[in-house]
Design a protein. Structure first.
Length: 111
């Protein structure tokens, strides 16, 4: 926990200006998110992996919304095309994740 506090202080100390300062701030947030995510996932007991997968698929729906915003931003043909493909791939991820979760839950159903 002490290292988390130190990393939070480092992230808060970086100015929010553009350029290198903003890159360092965003990189710090990204690394903190990776570290916290790893710590949370490794502490999950195997019995909870299926509900956790289902929940993470629901969170992936946020990716779909962000991709749709990017596709509809009208910032240019390139961003619209990337947003379209991001929407398609994110939907494949969400639907596939829910199908796998449903199949896993059916394995535990009593006959």
């Amino acid at each position: 926990m002490k290292s988390l506090f130190v990393l939070q202080l480092l992230a808060a100390d970086v100015p929010a200006h553009g350029g290198l300062d903003q890159f360092i701030r965003l990189l710090t947030v990204f690394l903190l998110a990776m570290w916290v995510g790893f710590e949370v996932i490794t502490k999950v007991p195997p019995i909870l992996h299926t509900p956790l997968t289902s929940g993470s698929n629901a969170v992936s729906g946020i990716t779909v919304v962000g991709a749709m915003v990017a596709a509809g931003s009208l910032a240019g043909w390139f961003s619209t095309t990337l947003g379209f493909f991001a929407t398609v791939f994110a939907m494949i991820n969400v639907v596939g994740g829910f199908l796998v979760t449903h199949r896993m839950l059916m394995m535990f159903k009593k006959k």
